[in-house]
Design a protein around this ligand. Structure first.
Ligand SMILES: Cc1cc2nc3c(=O)[nH]c(=O)nc-3n(C[C@H](O)[C@H](O)[C@H](O)COP(=O)(O)OP(=O)(O)OC[C@H]3O[C@@H](n4cnc5c(N)ncnc54)[C@H](O)[C@@H]3O)c2cc1C
Length: 228
């Protein structure tokens, strides 16, 4: 149940339900393509898509559920059905956000979009006492930001990730994370104002493989914690 079949000409991918987000990106990025998933690489494509799948392409291409073309499902009466905009439309509507309540999904087909392989990412951490400035600047900025840019703000501590100097680990911080779903050069210019709000503790922003962005996101979540 973990097959991935990419059709680069049709820009679609057929995915079985045992596949995780990182495996899907590895396969589609061979062709410079991606479909929206949740932002961490180790979450299941099936469960996250059925719940929506809110990730780094959301402002440009929507959620994972928006990229769904069709679903193969075994419903509670034991019947195999296809749900799509053409067939069993009410079931298709319910599956795009209704969770695992309508049967066992055996395959998904998604649209693919041109992404990467490198994307401009934002990972700027400011001291927590600048939170008011950072939040106000971010709110003002996002009112007019291009659809290619998706950002989120974190309030907490600098995470203990290897690229960050150990001395900074655990420092109270407000961070802005983001991904630009367009050219890296364009993205670098677009995100520049979000990197200059105050003196940073650490700035991890830069070009990164789209696949690595999802690996980094998994590392940000502590093992064993349950999210969403
Ligand atoms: C670290 C972390 C980061 C996350 N980040 C994001 C994010 O960025 N964006 C986002 O949208 N969500 C995110 N989530 C939430 C995540 O999408 C949901 O918690 C998802 O349900 C978890 O995936 P799983 O692989 O653990 O699911 P599982 O525990 O394997 O499944 C959860 C449920 O999904 C249903 N399900 C699974 N497979 C099928 C199937 N084949 N047919 C029918 N129903 C099925 C069942 O109801 C099952 O109980 C995150 C979760 C975690 C733990």
């Amino acid at each position: 149940m973990d097959e991935i079949d990419v059709d680069p000409d049709a820009r679609t991918v057929h995915v079985e339900p045992g596949v995780r987000a990182g495996e899907l990106h590895e396969a589609t990025q061979q062709f410079g393509l991606a479909t929206p998933t949740g932002s961490a690489d180790d979450i299941g494509v099936a469960s996250s898509t059925l719940g929506g799948a809110i990730g780094w392409l959301r402002r440009k291409h929507g959620l994972g559920a928006d990229a769904l073309r069709s679903v193969e499902i075994v419903t509670a009466d034991g019947e195999r059905r296809t749900a799509s905009p053409e067939r069993n439309q009410d079931l298709f509507w319910a599956l795009r956000g209704g969770g695992g309540n309508f049967g066992v999904v055996t395959a998904f087909e998604f649209d693919l979009y041109e992404i990467g392989p490198g994307v401009m990412t934002l990972g700027t951490f400011y001291p927590a006492n600048h939170a008011e400035d950072v939040l106000k600047s971010h709110r003002k900025f996002v009112a007019d930001e291009p659809d290619e840019l998706t950002t989120l703000v974190l309030y907490g501590h600098v995470p203990p990730l290897p690229p960050i100097p150990e001395a900074a680990h655990g420092t109270p911080a407000v961070g802005i994370l983001g991904c630009y779903a367009g050219s890296v050069e364009e993205g670098e210019d677009v995100v520049a104002p979000l990197r200059e709000i105050a003196e940073q503790i650490v700035d991890l922003s830069g070009s990164m493989p789209y696949v690595a962005l999802h690996e980094l996101d998994s590392a940000l979540f502590l093992e064993g914690r349950n999210y969403c």
